[in-house]
Design a protein around this ligand. Structure first.
Ligand SMILES: Cc1cc2nc3c(=O)[nH]c(=O)nc-3n(C[C@H](O)[C@H](O)[C@H](O)COP(=O)(O)O)c2cc1C
Length: 196
């Protein structure tokens, strides 16, 4: 059992690029360090390290079992208290490779007792979504309505029982100053420390 106040976190970094120089890796590192320093347990997955296929048919969705590493990650998620999710905005939403990851993680798989059901691994987990983007964050939020992130938040996490779900949008990341960079690292570390 966990020490009171200490939680089990699954940190999902959804950047498809394995280049550790990408900004998202530094953000995920800061969150992870903050969480570990506070004593939380962190299981981290960098999706770029996974060899994922694309789901192409309803038949595969309903009947084929996901790869063993996805099945063991499901167990981790089911046992966790909190999900921290980091990804860059690509064409207004998450990169296709990260969407493919969610399709694999949440696919129904082989029917049990003749009935295929979606796994209920997200129920009761709190979540933090952190999204980096080239445009200013208020522009994404107000002009674009934040839809590409809301569809993930409401259409996947919320509908499958995660709550509460909090979102951090980091905009204008390509023109960031050193001071801004340090502030974001501090913010991520603090989110990890507080497990929120
Ligand atoms: C394929 C691609 C699509 C992108 N689409 C958008 C977009 O729709 N809106 C936006 O604000 N930034 C967009 N960007 C900029 C990325 O969001 C930005 O480069 C990323 O958040 C930086 O983080 P990274 O260093 O971890 O890649 C895109 C970048 C790429 C490579």
């Amino acid at each position: 059992m966990n020490t009171p106040g200490l939680r089990k976190i699954v940190l999902l970094h959804g950047h498809p690029d394995p280049d550790r120089g990408r900004f998202g890796y530094a953000l995920a590192d800061a969150y992870e360090h903050g969480a570990r320093a506070a004593g939380h347990e962190v299981h981290r997955v960098d999706v770029a390290d996974l060899d994922l296929g694309f789901l192409r048919t309803k038949h595969a969705w309903d009947t084929e079992m996901p790869a063993p590493e996805i099945l063991s990650l499901r167990e981790r998620v089911a046992e966790s208290d909190h999900l921290a999710i980091v990804f860059p905005l690509w064409l207004g939403t998450m990169p296709a490779y990260f969407k493919a990851f969610w399709e694999q993680l949440l696919r129904t798989g082989a029917p049990q007792n003749g009935k295929a059901t979606a796994p209920s691994i997200l129920r009761g987990k709190s979540a933090r979504i952190v999204v980096t983007m080239g445009m200013p964050a208020p522009f994404f939020r107000w002009y674009f309505g934040g839809y590409g992130v809301k569809s993930f938040e409401r259409g996947i996490l919320k509908i499958m029982g995660a709550a509460p779900i909090r979102t951090t949008l980091l905009g204008s990341v390509e023109g960031r100053s050193e001071a801004g960079y340090q502030r974001w690292m501090q913010e991520m570390s603090e989110l990890g420390r507080r497990c929120t």
